[in-house]
Write a protein that binds this ligand. Structure first.
Ligand SMILES: Nc1ncnc2c1ncn2[C@@H]1O[C@H](COP(=O)(O)OP(=O)(O)OP(=O)(O)O)[C@@H](O)[C@H]1O
Ligand code: NI
Length: 319
């Protein structure tokens, strides 16, 4: 099946008074209907910037280059008829606000409490969002329940919601437009285990019903549970992009192996050192300073689905 979203060369720079933040660099990704793509990586590597760039939500000091082509054809429609696709990075705020956000692409934001309108109770917020997308406002309770929120919780104002409740209300709002692409930025943070699983199952179900989901998470166990494909980000770049099963069984990039080894049920050993400052990235591979496999070749920027000059072979990875 053709991708619903194809990102190519996506690059984001933040211009500060005396520095440039290289927040995302040359990102190529695609996600198909029915696919759950998880984007993982340490804090500050550019995951949320990627999400915000796609939806035109970056602040004015950002410049964005590249393309992000979203297919508008309904699944099963005859290809090539009507407005078949839109470039999210070039279409402009009017199109993003009027046709894309919430309708074609839903976003569960990373900090839902700050994103919610404080003067409306949850039910009204959800009913208005449903109506704005041409759906029955009476569905509010059901959509909330699907997101794991009790009907009584919809009677609260956002400030009276716990972090986890706000998270679930944000999930319900993102689902209100029934978007074919859902971007979920840390949708399980602040939730306890049963609700984490509920939310992951919900995302998985949306994929199984034909939607595409881009799940941004630092929770590798969550990604392992539901993702079809994984993209590992480091210092603003995708360093490994592969089928989830393959990647968890045999990581190709030393950074991916480091992330997996840090898991409690693996070696529980953190990668030594810190990611580089995004205002002062080194030439070539940004992971080189922390990498056991570094060589003189690493001053050249590596490319490919495993962006490493010395990828791990299957033999080096215990079965
Ligand atoms: N408006 C801005 N101006 C300057 N730098 C910014 C701006 N917004 C984000 N950044 C920087 O861009 C980088 C990527 O940030 P981003 O929020 O995408 O990280 P993340 O991977 O989502 O991290 P986390 O897991 O903590 O949410 C960070 O270094 C951040 O400081
Ligand atoms: Ni983030």
């Amino acid at each position: 099946m053709n991708p619903l979203l194809t990102i190519s060369g996506l690059t984001v720079r933040f211009h500060l008074r005396d520095a440039v933040v290289q927040a995302a660099t040359d990102i190529d990704l695609a996600v198909r209907p029915g696919e759950l793509l998880a984007v993982v990586g340490e804090s500050g590597c550019g995951k949320s910037v990627l999400a915000h760039a796609l939806l035109g939500l970056l602040p004015a000091n950002a410049t964005v280059t590249g393309r992000a082509t979203l297919t508008l054809d309904a699944p099963g429609a005859t290809p090539g008829r009507g407005a078949a696709s839109v470039d999210l990075l070039g279409c402009g705020e009017k199109t993003l606000a009027g046709e894309i956000r919430g309708r074609r692409v839903g976003l569960i934001p990373q900090s839902p409490a700050t994103a919610l309108t404080p003067v409306r109770r949850g039910r009204r917020l959800l009913a208005e969002t449903l109506a704005a997308h041409g759906r029955d406002p009476g569905l509010a309770d059901r959509v909330a329940r699907d997101a794991g929120l009790d009907a009584e919780d919809l009677d609260r104002y956002p400030f009276a919601l716990s972090g986890g409740m706000a998270q679930r209300l944000a999930t319900a709002l993102a689902l209100a437009g029934d978007p074919p692409l859902l971007i979920a930025d840390e949708p399980t943070s602040g939730l306890d285990r049963p609700l984490v699983e509920h939310t992951l199952d919900l995302l998985r179900r949306r994929c199984d019903d034909g939607a595409a989901v881009l799940l941004i998470t630092h929770d590798l166990a969550a990604a392992e549970r539901v993702a079809d494909t994984l993209a590992v980000m480091y210092a603003g770049r995708i360093v490994e992009h592969r089928a989830a099963d393959d990647l968890f069984r045999a990581p190709g990039h030393p950074y991916t192996r480091g992330l997996l080894n840090a898991l409690p049920d693996r070696e529980f050993r953190a990668i030594p050192g810190h990611p580089p400052m995004l205002t002062a990235l080194p030439e070539g591979c940004a992971f080189a300073a922390r990498c056991e496999r570094v060589s003189s070749a690493c001053v050249i920027q590596p490319a490919g689905p495993v962006a490493c000059h010395h990828p791990l072979s299957m033999a080096e990875v215990p079965a």
